[in-house]
Ligand binder design. Structure first.
Ligand SMILES: [Zn+2]
Length: 237
């Protein structure tokens, strides 16, 4: 039977983990491949996490790369369901790795305020409103994602790597990966109209300021509940 302390400790821990997903112990195989195909990335600045961040839990994506909330260079990769030593998981990691390369090429920033975030959002908004203008209201969001100039090369590279992996029957030796499958730079040149760039920059800036405050608010809710649970558990309840 659950103890009274569990009724407090469990939701407090769940709330904490919802706001701050747990870090993943990265498997060697995935890292060997990523280090080999993206040799210019400093993987010490990249962390992997279980579950998506709180503000996109309901979205359709399986993984996402976001800046570290604190810091100038750190990049976090969130996986809805990370499965070590799994073929499809590796393909997701390869795709997300391409976005990490885009972060690297576009440079550092402050917390969420990075050029990657600004351009990704601006390009998305530009495509979204173009679709609306062309009467594609229903699929405007999906099309903006599929035709996004930062997604097209990531999907193309993922497809090329998947073909190579399938040709190797899924057995990949990083040192045997051909040089033409290695990515030194992402090759992205922004082509965003100024109004969209300004909206993207402003939204990213506001979110950079708000995100730590929202997370602190959740932490202030979770901490007293957890403390009360700990006190109950200490006195044997
Ligand atoms: Zn992507």
């Amino acid at each position: 039977m659950s103890k009274p302390s569990d009724f407090l400790l469990q939701p407090a821990r769940q709330l904490y983990r919802w706001v701050f997903p747990a870090q993943i112990e990265r498997d060697e195989k995935t890292m060997d491949v990523l280090q080999h195909i993206y040799p210019t990335i400093n993987w010490h600045n990249v962390r992997f996490y279980h579950a998506l961040p709180w503000f996109i839990t309901g979205s359709f994506v399986n993984a996402i790369v976001l800046p570290a909330t604190w810091g100038r260079r750190g990049v976090h990769v969130y996986f809805r369901d990370y499965r070590p030593n799994n073929f499809y998981n590796l393909m997701t990691a390869v795709h997300e790795g391409f976005h990490v390369l885009q972060y690297r090429d576009l440079g550092s920033g402050i917390g969420f305020f990075r050029r990657f975030m600004i351009y990704y959002l601006s390009e998305y908004l530009q495509l979204f409103f173009k679709n609306i203008k062309n009467n594609n209201r229903q699929n405007a969001s999906q099309m903006a994602y599929e035709k996004h100039p930062m997604e097209i090369p990531a999907y193309a590279y993922e497809a090329a790597f998947r073909q190579y992996a399938l040709d190797q029957k899924g057995i990949i030796y990083p040192s045997d990966i051909p040089a033409e499958l290695m990515c030194q730079t992402c090759g992205y040149t922004p082509q965003v109209a100024l109004p969209f760039l300004l909206i993207g920059a402003l939204t990213t800036f506001v979110f950079m300021l708000l995100k730590p405050l929202i997370e602190l608010f959740f932490l202030l809710i979770a901490t007293p509940i957890w403390l009360m649970g700990k006190i109950l558990s200490f006195i044997g309840l």
